[in-house]
Design a protein around this ligand. Structure first.
Ligand code: RVP
Length: 502
């Protein structure tokens, strides 16, 4: 006979936190959101931790290289989508890894013999008026000078004139060494009142440009998630089919962590994929697995060797898996059950495996509920898809800006590998939709707001970090009527809030 769970499964909106004692030290400035990303042994430190408990979904409409850089700046990590050719995904990873915070490869380069007309054409294309003048006109050629819009006056110079007549020649330039750290660069920028500092290698070839404004931005991001070479960290999604080719290519591009991307991860194919990685790379390659919704799924992937485990089936905003296939579980219940299994596994083996609540975060407060219920971090799709840095198109619909957001199981993404159960990559039926979400501006401003709400609630619960929140949290299920009571009620609201994140 089938097994029946006695309790209904619940979602986040059905819970609230009951505040605990707030003491003097419980102020947002003292709260740490640092959280483990990969498994670790009792008493040891994880080899990778996040500085904020937020990662971006393995989706075409969410995790491209631009969003990955913006999120790493804030202390989280993106998993670059795997539903694209291996070379394209590896190139995206490489772009994140090559983006050195504060050090910019010069993208507008000319030679001394470039004409002013050609230079203006380049300016039009890149929008950058500060150009490096190199021997061969490349970003890493021998540096011969710099030219900026202050060096020539349009309308007063002949378009046939050459760059060399107006540039600041190399001997008059202040330059730094490619090995200089940012604070040395910043000292030079201030000392010589520069806007741009070129950095050269031992052969006087151009390596990077450091801009005054970028140094200031670096200072404004104290949570940056950096590897030991001070490059941004980035993850990538893989599938259980082409990993023998995909994994080496991603590692070659510098990826920091992988995740097997699937709607149902309780499968022998996930175990096989992890075993293959362990066989070829030992523990040096970090790999997450999932998704699961119960202790059996968790224990299976834990025993297979996963470094973190993702929870969630059918809760995603664009996901129709529950409707099409009838599988899934209320996200809050799934997190609670898997958290119990994770704690039991830790007790039994001494290994702590972080868990990630994936999908179904609608309001910011859902994030803190997921954390309080035991998640170490959350994965978000819709949330990030609304931002300027997300790959979707920004459009004006009925007078408001929106971004496109589509599921990996939609006909648009055609990521059938994520959903197939061994039958091959072909269209069976859609498990996701194509949609619009309200445009919400830049990632930085939104993440700052979200994390400040999380910190504030943690103060209400008397918690200074996530483990303390998990120990102290007291959660209560709420009735349908009290959910109504939670919103504005019995008043005529003047300005209806149309934003999705409260
Ligand atoms: P959400 O944040 O609620 O938008 O959910 C994002 C999650 O939804 C993803 O991380 C993934 O687990 C799931 N997803 C992605 N595509 C689809 C689909 O097409 N069904 N579902």
């Amino acid at each position: 006979m089938a097994t029946y769970y006695q309790e209904a499964s619940h979602t986040f909106s059905e819970y609230l936190l009951v505040p605990g004692l707030t003491e003097e030290q419980n102020i947002p400035q003292n709260v740490s959101l640092k959280t483990p990303l990969v498994k670790f042994r009792k008493g040891e430190e994880p080899s990778i931790s996040l500085n904020i408990p937020m990662v971006s979904a393995v989706m075409q409409s969410v995790s491209g290289d631009r969003l990955a850089i913006a999120l790493a700046k804030e202390g989280g990590i993106s998993f670059i989508f795997g539903s694209q050719p291996i070379a394209d995904q590896a190139a995206m990873v490489a772009r994140v890894k090559n983006y050195k915070a504060g050090y910019v490869p010069s993208d507008s380069n000319v030679t001394p013999d470039t004409t002013i007309a050609e230079m203006l054409e380049l300016l039009d294309k890149t929008g950058h008026s500060t150009m490096a003048v190199t021997e061969d006109g490349t970003a890493n050629g021998k540096l011969l000078g710099m030219i900026t819009s202050r060096d020539y006056r349009i309308g007063h110079v002949s378009l046939d004139a050459k760059v060399k007549e107006f540039m600041t020649p190399r001997e008059k330039l202040i330059v730094g060494r490619s090995t200089d750290n940012l604070s040395t660069c910043n000292d030079l920028i201030w000392e010589h009142k520069l806007n741009t500092l070129p950095l050269v290698d031992e052969n006087d070839h151009l390596a990077y440009l450091v801009f005054r404004k970028d140094y200031e931005s670096h200072k404004a991001h104290p949570n940056e998630l950096l590897d030991h070479e001070k490059r941004f960290m980035v993850g990538a999604g893989i599938n259980t089919r082409d990993y023998e080719e995909r994994v080496p290519a991603l590692l070659n591009a510098g990826v920091d962590i992988l995740v097997i991307d699937s709607s149902d991860g309780y499968t022998c194919w996930q175990a096989k994929t992890i075993h293959w990685i362990r066989e070829h790379y030992g523990d040096s390659v970090k790999i997450g697995a999932g998704n699961v919704v119960d202790p059996d799924g968790f224990n299976y992937l834990a025993d297979a060797g996963a470094d973190f485990i993702k929870i969630g089936i059918g809760g995603g905003s664009i996901c129709i898996t529950r409707e099409t296939k009838g599988i899934g579980r209320g996200q809050a219940t799934a997190v609670q059950e898997v958290a119990k299994a994770r704690d039991a596994y830790f007790e039994k083996t001494g290994t702590y495996i972080p868990i990630c609540s994936d999908g179904g975060i609608v309001y910011d407060y859902h994030i803190i509920l997921a954390l309080a219920m035991g998640a170490d971090f959350v994965m978000l799709g819709r949330y990030f898809s609304r931002f300027e840095e997300a790959p979707g198109e920004k459009l004006m619909i009925n007078g408001s800006y929106v971004k496109e957001y589509w599921g990996e199981g939609s006909n648009r993404a055609r990521n059938w590998g994520r959903y197939d159960l061994g039958q091959g990559r072909k269209l069976s039926f859609e498990e996701g939709v194509d949609s619009y979400v309200p445009y919400a501006g830049f990632l930085h401003d939104n993440v700052l707001m979200t994390t400040s709400k999380i910190k504030s609630t943690m103060c209400n619960c008397g918690a200074l970090d996530i483990p303390e929140l998990q120990r102290k949290a007291r959660l209560t299920l709420v009735s349908a009527t009290s959910i109504v009571e939670g919103g504005a009620h019995d008043v005529m609201v003047k300005h209806k809030d149309t934003s999705f994140n409260k």
